[in-house]
Design a protein around this ligand. Structure first.
Ligand SMILES: NC(=O)c1ccc[n+]([C@@H]2O[C@H](COP(=O)([O-])OP(=O)(O)OC[C@H]3O[C@@H](n4cnc5c(N)ncnc54)[C@H](OP(=O)(O)O)[C@@H]3O)[C@@H](O)[C@H]2O)c1
Length: 294
């Protein structure tokens, strides 16, 4: 009697699964029909993942700062989405701990969420991502790097404030920003995670249709009927403006420098990679603004 051998489905793990992007990636895996029993949410605090456990997703403790948690968390995992840590300054050490554990566990593919143009930009966030990419490349593990552009939610999350102020204050000039929704980046990461490893490896510059902050203000005005204008300052003026609004100077300098990068075009890409990975056009800005107002 000949029977087809049972081929077990690969097991997928997502770090930062209690965060915005990680959670969306878990949802995207399930939507693609990956059985919940083959999906593992790697979380710092399992208490925060009860809703995922209710879906049948495996919950494993994985703290980037506690390497002892990472080996057990990655046991039997074949494909890993490493969502970058939110802790600037500590990230290379944290990501290296995960990559080392992935290597020890013989993970077959690591997808890492980096930042647009990580290896050739002056963006202050880029050096830690570029260093992580180097660690990944040096690890010998098969990998794909999703170099994500800005989240549209960086702006839509502040719509109420923009409406109350009647203005967006920035230092991005007429720099174009290829932002996309977190849901689209999560979907793209899952395409890389679930696809043919031979086709997916390498570096993917991901971004949506580019807009300026003037166009963002115009879009918010059109959707809400409340006039919002864009007021452009220099990076130094924006820093002082943020300090006057109560931000500490170091954070203000950091935030304002991001707009400086936007002004230099460092947050723009004309790569079609996001659209290709999604198999559809990325969510347009106007739809994201509408959704944020629902
Ligand atoms: N492209 C952009 O515009 C943009 C904007 C912001 C951030 N980012 C980057 O993209 C990443 C994902 O974005 P997001 O919006 O999903 O961020 P988020 O909602 O802040 O989620 C971050 C996740 O990281 C987890 N985490 C924090 N420290 C950890 C540790 N020591 N060990 C394990 N997990 C830890 C958090 O766990 P807890 O739930 O326990 O806190 C959370 O699940 C960020 O971390 C950041 O690197 C990109």
């Amino acid at each position: 009697m000949s029977e087809n051998p049972v081929v077990p489905a690969p097991s997928f793990a997502v770090t930062g699964a209690t965060g915005h992007l990680g959670r969306l990636a878990v949802d995207a895996l399930l939507r693609r029909g990956i059985p919940a029993g083959n999906v593992f949410a790697l979380v710092r605090d399992p208490e925060k993942a009860k809703d995922l456990a209710d879906l049948g997703v495996g919950i494993r403790e994985a703290d980037y700062d506690r390497p002892d948690t990472l080996g057990p968390a990655l046991e039997g995992i074949e494909r890993l989405l490493l969502v970058s840590s939110p802790d600037p300054g500590d990230r290379v050490r944290q990501h290296t701990a995960v990559i080392d554990a992935a290597n020890a566990a013989d993970v077959g593919l690591v997808v890492y969420t980096s930042v647009l143009h990580a290896d050739e930009t002056e963006l202050v966030l880029a050096p830690e991502h570029a260093a992580t990419e180097d660690v990944l490349q040096g690890s010998g593990l098969p990998f794909a790097v999703a170099r994500n552009g800005w989240y549209i939610e960086n702006y839509t999350g502040r719509i109420e404030q923009f409406l109350a102020d009647g203005e967006i204050v920035g230092a991005a000039g007429q720099g174009r920003i290829s932002a996309a929704t977190r849901a689209d980046y999560a979907e793209a990461a899952v395409s890389l995670l679930t696809g043919d490893i031979a086709d997916q490896q390498g570096y993917w510059e991901l971004g949506g249709p580019a807009f300026t902050l003037t166009e963002l203000a115009e879009t918010i005005t059109a959707v809400t009927g409340t006039t919002v204008v864009y007021r452009d300052l220099s990076v130094e003026e924006l820093t002082d403006h943020l300090v006057a609004a109560g931000m500490d100077r170091a954070t203000a300098e950091f935030v304002a420098s991001l707009d400086g990068s936007a002004a230099r075009g460092e947050l723009e890409t004309d790569s079609p990679a996001l659209e290709n990975l999604l198999g559809r056009a990325p969510t347009p800005l106007v739809d994201a603004v509408r959704a944020a107002r629902l």
